[in-house]
Design a protein around this ligand. Structure first.
Ligand code: UD1
Length: 349
Protein backbone atom coordinates (compact mmCIF):
# COMPACT_ATOMS: atom_id res chain seq x y z
CA UNK A 1 0.00 0.00 0.00
CA UNK A 2 1.14 3.58 -0.62
CA UNK A 3 0.94 5.23 2.80
CA UNK A 4 1.61 8.87 3.62
CA UNK A 5 2.76 9.41 7.22
CA UNK A 6 2.65 12.90 8.75
CA UNK A 7 5.12 13.35 11.59
CA UNK A 8 6.92 10.22 10.39
CA UNK A 9 10.27 11.28 11.88
CA UNK A 10 8.91 11.45 15.44
CA UNK A 11 9.08 8.79 18.13
CA UNK A 12 6.01 6.72 17.27
CA UNK A 13 6.09 7.83 13.62
CA UNK A 14 9.60 6.53 12.96
CA UNK A 15 8.85 3.10 14.46
CA UNK A 16 5.64 2.89 12.42
CA UNK A 17 7.40 3.94 9.21
CA UNK A 18 9.91 1.14 9.81
CA UNK A 19 7.11 -1.41 10.34
CA UNK A 20 5.46 -0.29 7.07
CA UNK A 21 8.73 -0.45 5.10
CA UNK A 22 9.46 -3.89 6.54
CA UNK A 23 6.17 -5.27 5.29
CA UNK A 24 6.77 -3.84 1.82
CA UNK A 25 4.63 -0.69 1.82
CA UNK A 26 5.58 2.34 -0.22
CA UNK A 27 5.98 5.07 2.41
CA UNK A 28 5.91 8.85 2.05
CA UNK A 29 6.88 10.92 5.09
CA UNK A 30 5.80 14.51 5.61
CA UNK A 31 7.61 16.20 8.50
CA UNK A 32 8.97 19.67 9.24
CA UNK A 33 11.32 18.41 11.99
CA UNK A 34 9.90 20.99 14.41
CA UNK A 35 10.20 18.37 17.14
CA UNK A 36 12.11 15.54 15.46
CA UNK A 37 15.29 14.80 13.57
CA UNK A 38 15.98 13.72 9.97
CA UNK A 39 18.60 11.37 11.44
CA UNK A 40 15.73 9.15 12.66
CA UNK A 41 14.67 8.56 9.05
CA UNK A 42 18.25 7.87 7.92
CA UNK A 43 18.42 5.17 10.57
CA UNK A 44 15.02 3.76 9.65
CA UNK A 45 16.30 3.44 6.07
CA UNK A 46 19.41 1.66 7.31
CA UNK A 47 17.29 -0.81 9.30
CA UNK A 48 14.75 -1.42 6.52
CA UNK A 49 17.28 -1.57 3.67
CA UNK A 50 15.20 0.99 1.78
CA UNK A 51 13.81 4.46 2.44
CA UNK A 52 10.61 6.35 2.77
CA UNK A 53 10.36 9.36 0.44
CA UNK A 54 10.64 12.51 2.53
CA UNK A 55 8.86 15.83 2.00
CA UNK A 56 10.00 18.48 4.43
CA UNK A 57 7.00 20.69 5.04
CA UNK A 58 4.48 21.86 7.59
CA UNK A 59 1.25 19.86 7.24
CA UNK A 60 -0.71 23.09 7.76
CA UNK A 61 0.73 24.39 4.46
CA UNK A 62 -2.18 23.20 2.37
CA UNK A 63 -0.69 24.14 -1.02
CA UNK A 64 2.57 22.33 -0.35
CA UNK A 65 0.69 19.30 0.95
CA UNK A 66 -1.56 19.34 -2.08
CA UNK A 67 1.48 19.18 -4.36
CA UNK A 68 2.80 16.16 -2.43
CA UNK A 69 -0.53 14.35 -2.84
CA UNK A 70 -0.56 15.21 -6.56
CA UNK A 71 2.84 13.61 -7.17
CA UNK A 72 2.83 10.81 -4.59
CA UNK A 73 -0.80 9.65 -4.91
CA UNK A 74 -1.07 8.02 -1.45
CA UNK A 75 -3.87 5.52 -0.81
CA UNK A 76 -3.97 6.00 2.97
CA UNK A 77 -2.68 8.42 5.60
CA UNK A 78 -1.41 8.00 9.15
CA UNK A 79 -1.54 11.35 10.93
CA UNK A 80 1.00 11.73 13.76
CA UNK A 81 2.06 15.35 13.24
CA UNK A 82 1.14 17.65 16.12
CA UNK A 83 2.20 19.21 19.39
CA UNK A 84 2.07 16.99 22.46
CA UNK A 85 3.45 18.62 25.61
CA UNK A 86 0.72 18.96 28.23
CA UNK A 87 2.39 21.74 30.29
CA UNK A 88 3.20 23.77 27.18
CA UNK A 89 -0.43 23.48 26.06
CA UNK A 90 -1.64 24.93 29.38
CA UNK A 91 0.76 27.86 29.02
CA UNK A 92 0.00 28.50 25.34
CA UNK A 93 -3.40 27.00 24.51
CA UNK A 94 -3.94 29.05 21.35
CA UNK A 95 -0.83 27.63 19.76
CA UNK A 96 -1.98 24.08 20.55
CA UNK A 97 -5.47 24.60 19.16
CA UNK A 98 -4.13 26.41 16.08
CA UNK A 99 -1.43 23.85 15.25
CA UNK A 100 -3.19 20.58 16.06
CA UNK A 101 -6.53 21.59 14.53
CA UNK A 102 -4.95 23.57 11.66
CA UNK A 103 -2.82 20.68 10.46
CA UNK A 104 -5.80 18.34 10.63
CA UNK A 105 -8.06 20.72 8.65
CA UNK A 106 -5.41 21.13 5.95
CA UNK A 107 -4.87 17.38 5.78
CA UNK A 108 -8.59 16.58 5.52
CA UNK A 109 -9.13 19.19 2.80
CA UNK A 110 -6.26 17.82 0.75
CA UNK A 111 -7.29 14.19 1.30
CA UNK A 112 -10.83 14.94 0.13
CA UNK A 113 -9.60 16.82 -2.92
CA UNK A 114 -7.45 13.85 -3.93
CA UNK A 115 -10.09 11.29 -3.11
CA UNK A 116 -8.05 9.68 -0.33
CA UNK A 117 -10.40 8.70 2.50
CA UNK A 118 -8.49 6.21 4.62
CA UNK A 119 -7.03 7.75 7.76
CA UNK A 120 -5.42 6.46 10.95
CA UNK A 121 -5.35 9.17 13.61
CA UNK A 122 -2.93 9.37 16.50
CA UNK A 123 -5.21 9.94 19.49
CA UNK A 124 -4.52 9.41 23.17
CA UNK A 125 -5.95 7.87 26.32
CA UNK A 126 -6.00 11.45 27.55
CA UNK A 127 -9.46 11.76 25.89
CA UNK A 128 -10.94 9.76 28.79
CA UNK A 129 -10.39 12.73 31.13
CA UNK A 130 -10.89 12.35 34.84
CA UNK A 131 -14.51 11.28 35.11
CA UNK A 132 -14.11 7.76 33.81
CA UNK A 133 -12.33 5.03 35.66
CA UNK A 134 -9.74 2.45 34.69
CA UNK A 135 -9.86 0.19 32.82
CA UNK A 136 -11.00 2.58 30.10
CA UNK A 137 -13.39 1.28 27.45
CA UNK A 138 -13.88 2.93 24.08
CA UNK A 139 -17.66 3.13 24.36
CA UNK A 140 -17.65 4.63 27.85
CA UNK A 141 -19.39 7.96 27.29
CA UNK A 142 -18.50 11.59 26.86
CA UNK A 143 -14.87 12.41 26.18
CA UNK A 144 -13.28 15.34 27.95
CA UNK A 145 -9.61 15.99 28.58
CA UNK A 146 -8.12 18.01 31.42
CA UNK A 147 -5.75 20.19 29.37
CA UNK A 148 -5.66 21.93 25.96
CA UNK A 149 -3.39 19.29 24.39
CA UNK A 150 -5.88 16.59 25.37
CA UNK A 151 -8.79 18.75 24.23
CA UNK A 152 -7.27 18.97 20.74
CA UNK A 153 -7.40 15.15 20.61
CA UNK A 154 -11.04 15.16 21.80
CA UNK A 155 -11.95 17.82 19.22
CA UNK A 156 -10.18 16.08 16.35
CA UNK A 157 -11.91 12.80 17.23
CA UNK A 158 -15.23 14.69 17.11
CA UNK A 159 -14.38 16.36 13.79
CA UNK A 160 -13.35 13.04 12.22
CA UNK A 161 -16.53 11.41 13.49
CA UNK A 162 -18.66 14.13 11.88
CA UNK A 163 -16.68 13.90 8.64
CA UNK A 164 -17.20 10.13 8.47
CA UNK A 165 -20.90 10.49 9.24
CA UNK A 166 -21.36 13.07 6.50
CA UNK A 167 -19.66 10.95 3.83
CA UNK A 168 -19.78 7.16 4.19
CA UNK A 169 -16.76 6.68 1.96
CA UNK A 170 -14.37 7.63 4.77
CA UNK A 171 -12.52 4.90 6.67
CA UNK A 172 -11.11 6.34 9.89
CA UNK A 173 -9.32 4.71 12.83
CA UNK A 174 -8.90 6.65 16.08
CA UNK A 175 -6.06 5.02 18.00
CA UNK A 176 -5.99 5.91 21.68
CA UNK A 177 -2.49 5.28 22.92
CA UNK A 178 -1.74 4.63 26.55
CA UNK A 179 1.88 5.35 27.62
CA UNK A 180 4.34 4.51 24.82
CA UNK A 181 7.88 3.65 25.93
CA UNK A 182 10.72 1.41 24.70
CA UNK A 183 12.64 1.58 21.45
CA UNK A 184 13.64 -0.51 18.46
CA UNK A 185 15.78 -3.57 19.27
CA UNK A 186 18.74 -2.18 17.34
CA UNK A 187 19.05 0.80 19.70
CA UNK A 188 19.23 3.00 16.59
CA UNK A 189 15.87 4.74 16.95
CA UNK A 190 14.03 5.80 20.09
CA UNK A 191 12.44 8.66 21.96
CA UNK A 192 14.41 11.91 21.82
CA UNK A 193 12.43 14.67 23.55
CA UNK A 194 13.62 18.26 23.19
CA UNK A 195 14.67 19.80 26.53
CA UNK A 196 13.92 18.23 29.89
CA UNK A 197 11.49 15.31 29.42
CA UNK A 198 7.97 15.65 30.79
CA UNK A 199 7.26 11.94 30.68
CA UNK A 200 8.50 9.35 33.12
CA UNK A 201 10.38 6.83 30.96
CA UNK A 202 12.65 9.28 29.11
CA UNK A 203 13.27 11.05 32.41
CA UNK A 204 14.41 7.81 34.07
CA UNK A 205 16.57 6.97 31.04
CA UNK A 206 18.26 10.38 31.12
CA UNK A 207 18.99 10.05 34.84
CA UNK A 208 20.45 6.60 34.18
CA UNK A 209 22.74 7.96 31.47
CA UNK A 210 23.88 10.88 33.65
CA UNK A 211 22.15 13.76 31.84
CA UNK A 212 19.86 14.43 34.81
CA UNK A 213 20.56 14.03 38.53
CA UNK A 214 17.53 12.19 39.91
CA UNK A 215 13.98 11.16 39.15
CA UNK A 216 11.28 13.05 41.04
CA UNK A 217 8.42 10.69 41.92
CA UNK A 218 5.22 12.74 41.71
CA UNK A 219 3.27 11.60 44.74
CA UNK A 220 3.47 8.51 46.96
CA UNK A 221 0.09 8.89 48.62
CA UNK A 222 -2.17 7.68 45.81
CA UNK A 223 -4.64 4.88 46.57
CA UNK A 224 -2.47 2.35 44.74
CA UNK A 225 -0.46 -0.67 45.93
CA UNK A 226 2.76 1.28 46.56
CA UNK A 227 1.25 4.77 46.65
CA UNK A 228 2.68 5.92 43.32
CA UNK A 229 0.75 6.49 40.08
CA UNK A 230 -0.08 3.52 37.88
CA UNK A 231 -0.05 3.62 34.08
CA UNK A 232 -0.39 1.26 31.14
CA UNK A 233 3.07 1.42 29.50
CA UNK A 234 3.11 -0.02 26.01
CA UNK A 235 6.13 -0.91 23.89
CA UNK A 236 6.46 1.42 20.88
CA UNK A 237 6.99 -1.65 18.64
CA UNK A 238 3.60 -3.00 19.74
CA UNK A 239 2.13 0.42 19.04
CA UNK A 240 3.65 0.43 15.55
CA UNK A 241 2.12 -3.01 14.91
CA UNK A 242 -1.23 -1.61 16.09
CA UNK A 243 -1.10 0.99 13.30
CA UNK A 244 -0.44 -1.68 10.71
CA UNK A 245 -3.33 -3.75 12.09
CA UNK A 246 -5.64 -0.71 11.93
CA UNK A 247 -4.65 0.05 8.32
CA UNK A 248 -5.40 -3.55 7.36
CA UNK A 249 -8.72 -3.43 9.17
CA UNK A 250 -9.76 -0.28 7.29
CA UNK A 251 -9.58 -2.17 3.98
CA UNK A 252 -12.74 -3.94 5.09
CA UNK A 253 -14.52 -1.32 7.20
CA UNK A 254 -15.92 2.10 6.39
CA UNK A 255 -16.95 4.72 8.94
CA UNK A 256 -15.10 5.77 12.05
CA UNK A 257 -14.10 3.73 15.09
CA UNK A 258 -11.87 4.14 18.15
CA UNK A 259 -9.51 1.51 19.54
CA UNK A 260 -7.41 1.58 22.71
CA UNK A 261 -3.80 0.59 22.18
CA UNK A 262 -2.61 -0.52 25.60
CA UNK A 263 -1.57 -3.70 27.35
CA UNK A 264 -4.38 -3.79 29.90
CA UNK A 265 -1.80 -3.92 32.68
CA UNK A 266 -0.83 -1.19 35.15
CA UNK A 267 2.70 -0.46 36.40
CA UNK A 268 3.56 1.98 39.19
CA UNK A 269 6.22 4.68 39.01
CA UNK A 270 8.39 2.76 41.48
CA UNK A 271 7.94 -0.49 39.55
CA UNK A 272 9.03 1.20 36.32
CA UNK A 273 12.10 2.65 38.06
CA UNK A 274 12.87 -0.86 39.36
CA UNK A 275 12.59 -2.33 35.84
CA UNK A 276 15.06 0.28 34.56
CA UNK A 277 17.42 -0.42 37.47
CA UNK A 278 17.44 -4.06 36.44
CA UNK A 279 18.07 -3.21 32.79
CA UNK A 280 20.79 -0.69 33.61
CA UNK A 281 22.42 -2.81 36.34
CA UNK A 282 22.64 -0.10 38.99
CA UNK A 283 20.38 1.97 41.25
CA UNK A 284 18.64 4.98 39.71
CA UNK A 285 18.53 7.93 42.14
CA UNK A 286 14.97 9.02 42.86
CA UNK A 287 13.14 11.00 45.46
CA UNK A 288 9.54 11.56 46.47
CA UNK A 289 7.93 14.86 45.44
CA UNK A 290 4.39 16.19 45.80
CA UNK A 291 1.76 15.11 43.27
CA UNK A 292 1.86 16.77 39.85
CA UNK A 293 -1.27 18.79 39.22
CA UNK A 294 -3.72 17.10 36.88
CA UNK A 295 -2.32 13.56 37.33
CA UNK A 296 -4.61 10.61 37.91
CA UNK A 297 -3.88 7.79 40.35
CA UNK A 298 -4.48 5.07 37.79
CA UNK A 299 -4.97 4.73 34.05
CA UNK A 300 -4.98 1.55 32.04
CA UNK A 301 -6.73 0.17 29.01
CA UNK A 302 -9.39 -2.38 28.42
CA UNK A 303 -7.74 -3.58 25.22
CA UNK A 304 -10.29 -6.22 24.25
CA UNK A 305 -11.83 -4.25 21.37
CA UNK A 306 -8.48 -4.05 19.54
CA UNK A 307 -7.94 -7.74 20.16
CA UNK A 308 -11.37 -8.76 18.90
CA UNK A 309 -11.63 -6.41 15.93
CA UNK A 310 -8.05 -5.71 14.85
CA UNK A 311 -6.60 -9.06 15.89
CA UNK A 312 -3.92 -7.09 17.75
CA UNK A 313 -2.57 -7.50 21.27
CA UNK A 314 0.54 -6.03 22.88
CA UNK A 315 3.24 -8.69 23.08
CA UNK A 316 6.04 -7.09 25.09
CA UNK A 317 6.34 -6.68 28.85
CA UNK A 318 7.83 -4.04 31.14
CA UNK A 319 11.28 -5.69 31.45
CA UNK A 320 11.65 -5.68 27.67
CA UNK A 321 10.46 -2.07 27.43
CA UNK A 322 13.08 -0.95 29.98
CA UNK A 323 15.87 -2.96 28.30
CA UNK A 324 15.06 -1.53 24.88
CA UNK A 325 14.74 2.05 26.18
CA UNK A 326 18.10 1.65 27.85
CA UNK A 327 19.82 0.22 24.76
CA UNK A 328 18.68 3.31 22.83
CA UNK A 329 19.54 5.82 25.57
CA UNK A 330 22.94 4.34 26.45
CA UNK A 331 23.95 4.12 22.78
CA UNK A 332 22.70 7.66 22.10
CA UNK A 333 23.23 9.65 25.31
CA UNK A 334 22.41 12.93 23.52
CA UNK A 335 19.68 11.44 21.35
CA UNK A 336 20.03 12.17 17.64
CA UNK A 337 21.90 15.42 18.33
CA UNK A 338 25.47 14.11 18.01
CA UNK A 339 24.69 12.69 14.59
CA UNK A 340 22.92 15.85 13.51
CA UNK A 341 25.94 17.99 14.38
CA UNK A 342 28.07 15.54 12.45
CA UNK A 343 25.73 15.71 9.45
CA UNK A 344 25.72 19.52 9.60
CA UNK A 345 29.55 19.59 9.67
CA UNK A 346 29.68 17.24 6.69
CA UNK A 347 27.29 19.47 4.74
CA UNK A 348 29.25 22.66 5.41
CA UNK A 349 32.74 21.15 5.00
C1 UD1 B 1 1.10 12.33 30.01
C2 UD1 B 1 0.03 13.34 29.77
C3 UD1 B 1 -0.93 12.80 28.76
C4 UD1 B 1 -0.20 12.50 27.46
C5 UD1 B 1 0.95 11.56 27.75
C6 UD1 B 1 1.78 11.47 26.49
C7 UD1 B 1 -0.17 14.63 31.85
C8 UD1 B 1 -1.03 14.94 33.02
N1 UD1 B 1 -0.63 13.67 31.02
O1 UD1 B 1 0.52 11.15 30.54
O2 UD1 B 1 -1.95 13.74 28.50
O3 UD1 B 1 -1.07 11.91 26.53
O4 UD1 B 1 1.78 12.06 28.80
O5 UD1 B 1 2.88 10.66 26.66
O6 UD1 B 1 0.88 15.20 31.68
N2 UD1 B 1 5.88 10.82 36.82
C9 UD1 B 1 6.79 10.99 37.85
N3 UD1 B 1 7.92 11.72 37.61
C10 UD1 B 1 8.18 12.31 36.41
C11 UD1 B 1 7.25 12.14 35.35
C12 UD1 B 1 6.11 11.40 35.59
O7 UD1 B 1 6.60 10.46 38.95
O8 UD1 B 1 9.21 12.98 36.27
C13 UD1 B 1 4.69 9.97 37.04
C14 UD1 B 1 3.35 10.63 36.79
O9 UD1 B 1 2.86 11.21 37.97
C15 UD1 B 1 2.51 9.43 36.31
C16 UD1 B 1 3.52 8.54 35.59
O10 UD1 B 1 4.79 8.92 36.09
O11 UD1 B 1 2.01 8.71 37.41
C17 UD1 B 1 3.52 8.70 34.09
O12 UD1 B 1 3.67 10.07 33.74
P1 UD1 B 1 3.90 10.54 32.25
O13 UD1 B 1 4.95 9.73 31.62
O14 UD1 B 1 4.08 12.03 32.26
O15 UD1 B 1 2.54 10.15 31.51
P2 UD1 B 1 1.02 10.54 31.87
O16 UD1 B 1 0.94 11.55 32.92
O17 UD1 B 1 0.28 9.28 32.08
Amino acid sequence: MRVLVTGGAGYIGSHTVLALLERGDDVIVVDDFANSSPVALERVARLAGRSARLHRLDVADEDALDAVFATERPEAVIHFAGLKAVGESVADPLRYYAVNLGTTFALLAVMRRHDVRTLVFSSSATVYGEHQHAPYREGGGLLNATNPYGQTKVMIERILTDVAQADPRWRIALLRYFNPIGAHKSGLIGEDPRGVPNNLAPYIAQVAVGRLAEVGVFGDDYPTADGTGERDYIHVLDLADGHVAALEHLRAQTGVRAWNLGTGRATSVLALIAAFEKAVGRPIPHRMLPRREGDLAQAWADATRAEEELGWTAQRGIAEMAEDSWRWQSGNPQGYDADETHAEEARTA
